[in-house]
Design a protein around this ligand. Structure first.
Ligand code: SF4
Length: 91
């Protein structure tokens, strides 16, 4: 069995999370790939999968709020139909 790339693992994680919540992932493969790669990059670089679409403050305590899934995503999905990064969408 071939090992999964970090991007494939992140995508699987996001897909599972979306499924659990009754949402779907962005159907635009290009946008989806960009967000997934951003999450992987932040995880590799900073040790946490910080939102690629938000500014880190550089304070791990404060930045907990923007670890994906961030504290804002539920409200954003409810109000706008998707999270700020357009990763998760209402089904
Ligand atoms: S905006 Fe979306 S992708 Fe970014 S951290 Fe929140 S849930 Fe994750």
């Amino acid at each position: 069995m071939t090992e999964k790339t970090p991007e494939e693992e992140m995508l699987n994680w996001a897909r599972e999370y979306a499924k659990k919540r009754g949402w779907v992932l962005n159907t635009d493969e290009k946008q989806l790939g960009t967000v997934i790669r951003g999450l992987v990059r932040n995880k590799t670089k900073f040790g946490h999968q910080y939102c690629p679409c938000r500014l880190r403050r550089g304070d791990p305590e404060k930045d907990k709020s923007i670890e994906c899934p961030c504290i804002y995503h539920e409200d954003e999905i409810a109000q706008d139909g998707s999270c700020h990064c357009n990763l998760y969408f209402k089904a």
